[in-house]
Design a protein around this ligand. Structure first.
Ligand code: AMP
Ligand code: GLY
Length: 425
């Protein structure tokens, strides 16, 4: 009998997780809740309608179906303590406890942890009094970065190039309510961003390949922030020397600090980093989970069976695992709905996926199956990933596949990978 797994979430990341798990001969069944139009038709996969915050319902299902491992995709259930609830029920779940998830759920807490651990990051001030925050902004030279302390679904950060923008950002955070009550104001870091995600069981740390996301909606990294419009890996900016520094200066001290605080951190530690001209890494933020769309370029490159890595993480046996990567590169182009990241169109039929699938991997994000038809139903609709001998080939294949896909108002960035391509030319 093979493994039965449960993936929680509904994005492209979760489709990719389900796909990567289902392709292993050791895996018999992957349940995804709530899943999307892609996980509904993926071989060995089956969608459920359980809510990701209904821990009692999820635990009941996991017991009934003898689920071997549950994987929490997004941060919200982790921040609400899903790992603690599963542990208390004697069930295995991949992802940190509520205390560990604070590294993402409270930026002020994460900053204090980094400070105690000597991890390089932007200097910051934390305010709970908005008038004091305003006064500080008026007295401090720009640029400044204004952040909500709590989870804000990507809407909590403003990079302010002038004082008025910073003051407006503070007003907006007050309107956000709970997650904006505590505000972090930090120094602006210049350089290039990369994501380095690592599996950790609290002792052993296994970094994945460095990936680069593209957070802005527009060409040349312009316009408003999104969940991520595309990614590629490996990122050539992260040379072996830079990766060694990231391990030594960021990942190891952070995992050690978590352990010293008595926090049981087993899962993924995602470091969003700014790398300066000298190759010095500084932390922009930590996440307590896999990235989206980084997952859609990392898992296709991972040769080690994913279920082995995840189970070894929860069993604290990661020292026995060696992450094996395919040679070459992977690129993912996100196709989004008209209007995204603002209010967007939905309910449009999606065509061309069979042709697109010939040269690429299609990971659904905001899609749903309705009466046998595939409809758009989210801001980010699809992630189209392709593997290649190098980044240029991976991008060419991914863009060719994107060209086959169509729905009314479909949008994608035409310049994913531009930073890496300009570096290698
Ligand atoms: P976060 O939600 O913390 O990842 O922030 C969203 C985006 O804001 C990041 O991807 C960066 O592009 C930018 N950002 C955040 N903090 C800083 C900083 N201290 N300096 C420069 N850019 C930043
Ligand atoms: N790609 C950004 C994130 O997952 O937070």
């Amino acid at each position: 009998m093979g493994l039965k797994l449960l993936v929680i979430g509904e994005g492209g990341r979760e489709h990719c997780l389900a796909w990567a798990l289902a392709r292993s001969s050791q895996v018999e069944q992957v349940y995804v809740t709530p899943g999307n139009g892609g996980t509904a038709t993926e071989p060995k996969c089956c969608n459920l309608t359980l809510n990701s915050l209904d821990f009692a319902g999820l635990i009941r299902f996991a017991r009934q179906e003898a689920i071997d491992l549950t994987i929490a995709g997004p941060e919200a259930p982790l921040a609400e303590g899903i790992a603690d609830a599963f542990q208390a029920a004697g069930l295995l779940l991949f992802g940190p406890t509520r205390a560990g998830a604070r590294i993402e759920a409270s930026k002020a807490w994460a900053k204090k942890l980094m400070h105690r651990a000597g991890v390089p990051t932007a200097a910051c001030r934390v305010f709970t009094d908005i008038q004091q925050a305003r006064g500080y902004v008026r007295d401090t030279p720009v640029p400044l970065v204004v952040k909500a302390d709590g989870l804000a679904q990507g809407k909590g950060v403003t990079v302010a190039m002038d004082t008025d923008t910073a003051l407006d950002a503070l007003d907006q955070l007050v309107r956000l309510g709970e997650c904006g009550r505590t505000v972090v104001i930090e120094e602006y870091l210049s350089g290039e961003e990369v994501s380095v995600l690592a599996f950790t069981d609290g002792t052993t740390i296994l970094p994945m390949l460095a990936a680069q996301d593209h957070k802005r909606i527009g060409v040349g990294d312009t316009g408003p922030n999104t969940g991520g419009m595309g990614a590629y890996a490996p990122a050539p900016l992260v040379t072996p020397e830079v990766m060694a520094r990231i391990e030594r200066e960021v990942l190891a001290p952070t995992v050690n600090a978590l352990a010293r605080e008595g926090i049981d951190y087993r899962g993924v530690l995602y470091a969003g980093l700014m790398i300066d001209r000298e190759g010095t890494p500084r932390v922009i933020e930590f996440n307590c989970r896999l990235g989206d769309p980084e997952t859609q370029v990392l898992l296709p490159l991972l040769e080690t069976p994913l279920e082995e890595v995840l189970l070894s993480t929860v069993h604290r046996q990661l020292e026995q695992v060696h992450l094996q990567w395919r040679p070459g590169a992977c690129a993912c182009i996100v196709v989004s709905a008209d209007g995204y990241p603002g209010p967007y169109r939905q309910g449009d039929p999606i065509t061309g996926l069979d042709r697109a699938r010939e040269g690429a991997l299609i990971f659904h994000a905001g899609t749903r199956q309705v009466d046998g038809k595939l409809l758009s139903g989210g801001g980010r609709v699809l992630g189209v990933s392709a593997l290649g001998a190098g980044l240029e080939q991976a991008l060419a294949l991914a863009y060719a596949a994107v060209g086959e896909v169509d729905f009314t108002g479909a949008y994608h960035r035409p310049d994913i990978g531009w930073r890496a391509l300009s570096q290698t030319k």
